[in-house]
Design a protein around this ligand. Structure first.
Ligand code: NAP
Length: 234
């Protein structure tokens, strides 16, 4: 049994990951903007280092050193590039990439001390394909993939693996919000027909990949970007 932190763990993909890691036998703490009130959920904006450090101090005191981190918190933005003001761009990058920076730095001392760690970053298949009207989001997620590969090289010798899972088309509140606003580029059904396995992804599909990457037997896998996307952006 280890202590895991899942960011964005109160909704959608992050929530399924937190549930899966609990089933796998880990002690799980969640950092999220809007916690649902469950035990070991902390109200934290991952782009705010002071909040991240304060939550980590509490988590360590309650659950022990953190040796598993899944960065799932994410913020989407749909806007034509020439209409994005720089503050808005910075906000998306601060949450999606800066949040990973802060959380990884906050847990690394525990992992280095243990000589063992697992970090999984939830990026996005859009970083492989590009996505119109989502340049800030896609850029931040491409940054997450680059950071993942670099950290894998730096911390492999310390027993820490770092991988990314870019989801594609997973049925979550984020996806449903996009559909409601007509921003999906077609209906859910249109997308299902464009997906080789002919269904939308489930949050549990992403959680299963995370569970594997976190397991002992995945210790020789690091620096990888494991697409879980029904065959969409392979
Ligand atoms: P979701 O249901 O909206 O969950 C995202 C969670 O992150 C929410 O609980 C959200 O809180 C939280 N969050 C947002 N900003 C935060 C911040 N600054 N600090 C802490 N928590 C914050 O979306 P999802 O679809 O499960 O997405 C999970 C991850 O997968 C995201 O990183 C997303 O970019 C990525 N992803 C999803 C898909 C997909 O098809 N669904 C595809 C590619 C990538 P609030 O709800 O309070 O804002």
């Amino acid at each position: 049994m280890r202590t895991a932190v899942v960011t964005g763990g109160s909704s959608g993909i992050g929530r399924a990951i937190a549930e899966r890691l609990r089933k796998d036998g880990h002690r799980v703490a969640v950092l999220d903007l809007n916690p649902t009130g469950e035990e070991f959920e902390y109200k934290v904006d991952v782009s705010d280092r002071t909040q991240v450090d304060a939550a980590l101090a509490e988590i360590r005191a309650e659950l022990g050193p953190v040796t598993i981190l899944v960065n799932g918190a994410g913020l989407e933005l749909y806007k034509r590039f020439h209409n994005i003001d720089y503050d808005t761009w910075q906000k998306v990058v601060a949450v999606n990439l800066g949040g990973v920076f802060h959380c990884v730095q906050a847990v690394l001392p525990d992992m280095l001390e243990a000589g063992w760690g697992r970090i999984v970053n939830i990026s996005s298949s859009s970083a492989q394909s590009g996505q119109q009207f989502m340049s800030a989001y896609v850029s931040s997620k491409a940054g997450v993939n680059g950071l993942t590969k670099s950290l894998a090289l730096e911390y492999g010798p310390s027993g820490i693996t770092v991988n990314a899972v870019p989801p594609g088309f997973v049925d979550t509140p984020m996806l449903r919000r996009s559909e409601e606003k007509g921003l999906l580029g077609g209906t859910l059904e249109d997308h299902i027909q464009r997906t080789p396995v002919r269904r939308a992804g489930k949050p549990e599909d992403i959680a299963a990949a995370c569970s594997f990457l976190i397991s002992e037997e995945a210790g020789y896998i690091t620096g990888q970007i494991l697409g879980v996307n029904g065959g969409r952006n392979t």
